[in-house]
Ligand binder design. Structure first.
Ligand code: HEM
Ligand code: NAG
Ligand code: NAG
Length: 338
């Protein structure tokens, strides 16, 4: 027992060591991001983004989830540089069709709308990467989550990372230890991971991402109580065991699906997490530290909000020097400037 418990963390450190030797260009606080970066060149940018994000979230609360996830998938692939927003062209292979994103990432049209408004006010000044970062913050507030200040000054990449999107972004049926390794690789801690995964308090998942869970250990983790059993059968009715319904969706927090609160952690305490990756933070035998954090955020919503805010800033700080040195402010978030 003791041996297997210490093996997990050791192998994570080892993997991260190897990974950081292979690629030293990612650091969580390299860029000189500041709160007042646009204060003379585009003083109204925060107001414009807030107003446009508000329209999007009021017309469909799911928009909040879309924006937060877009920002996450942007930052985990060559840093927060708007690379996720690029469309495929003859010369550029975008990230949108990479397996974690395909049929899944949405909300690009919301960013286009905000960008248009920002461009009409301050042409050529504000990067798409910054717009996405600010919009993700505003989205969280609009569905009841915490406020934090957003450092800005990011550049938009002139490249995308299809292969990095396939490797860096954690997936639902990956084990806890490899997922932790993916966060450590980005300079984020286990605490950051458990807090950031709390974003699953809003938004939905598709059948193909929770099928293995609901036909796997869901019954075992949620016990025999009749409420869990009926929740499980409703999940199974929208997601058949073998084929069909791949794109059928359901909320990850089935109690308050459109509210940014800590009830996601309560679903994990009940053993009713929708994704394997989420439930493992509480139920895995390797998840000693993650389990304590899940309990802490379930018990203390303020602690969750504070850590989530800090961790979002930290995630937003991920940058690579390449995009920073050779990057630009795109005119259209979908295409590199010509
Ligand atoms: C810890 C590792 C994580 C894994 C394995 C993971 C995996 C997933 C999966 C499989 C989905 C459903 C996608 C679909 O079925 O189309 C999803 C949705 C979502 N994820 Fe994560 N995620 C993780 C962390 C995060 C983080 C750090 C954030 C943001 C801070 C985030 C925000 C979201 C949001 C908001 C949604 C809902 C999107 C929607 O409604 O379309 N996730 N995630
Ligand atoms: C998809 O979900 C709907 C209910 O939301 C259900 O009626 C339908 O049967 C599901 N599709 C499959 C293939 O199970
Ligand atoms: C994020 O970056 C800003 C500016 O570069 C820095 O002041 C701040 O301490 C960083 N925050 C975290 C949590 O890394």
């Amino acid at each position: 027992m003791a041996l297997s418990l210490s093996f997990g963390p050791f192998s994570v450190h080892f993997m991260v060591l190897v990974l950081s030797i292979l690629n030293t260009s990612i650091h969580a606080s390299d860029p000189p991001l500041t709160l007042d970066y646009y204060s003379s060149t585009c003083p109204t940018v925060f107001d414009i983004v807030r107003k446009e994000t508000e329209c999007a979230v009021l017309s469909d609360p799911r928009s909040a989830a879309l924006l937060v996830r877009l920002h996450f998938h942007d930052c985990f692939v060559q840093g927060c540089d708007g690379s996720v927003l690029l469309d495929d062209t003859v010369t550029l292979k975008g990230e949108k069709k990479a397996s974690p994103n395909r049929h899944s990432l949405k909300g690009f049209d919301i960013i286009d709308g905000i960008k248009n408004m920002v461009e009409s006010e301050c042409p050529g000044v504000v990067s798409c990467a910054d717009i996405l970062t600010i919009a993700a913050r505003d989205a969280v507030i609009l569905v009841g989550g915490p406020y934090w200040d957003v450092p800005v000054g990011r550049k938009d990449s002139i490249t995308a990372g299809y292969a990095l999107a396939e490797t860096n972004i954690p997936t639902a049926n990956e084990g806890l230890v490899p997922i932790i390794a993916k966060f450590l690789y980005q300079g984020l801690s286990v605490t950051d991971m458990v807090a950031l995964a709390g974003a699953h308090t809003i938004g939905v998942a598709r059948c193909e991402n929770f099928r293995d869970r609901i036909y796997g250990d869901f019954r075992a983790t949620s016990g025999l109580n009749p409420i869990s059993a009926s929740y499980l059968s409703s999940l199974r009715s929208i997601c058949p065991p073998i084929h069909g319904g791949e794109n059928n969706i359901t909320a990850m927090d089935n109690v308050t699906p459109n509210l940014f609160d800590n009830s996601f952690y309560h679903t994990l305490l009940k053993g009713e997490g929708l994704l394997n990756s989420d439930q493992e933070m509480y139920s895995s035998v390797l998840g000693i530290q993650t389990r304590e954090l899940v309990k802490k955020y379930a018990a203390d919503p303020l602690a969750f909000f504070q850590q989530f805010s800090d961790s979002m800033v930290k995630m937003g700080n991920i940058t690579n020097l390449e995009s920073f040195a050779n990057g630009e402010v795109r005119k259209n978030c979908r295409f590199v400037n010509t």
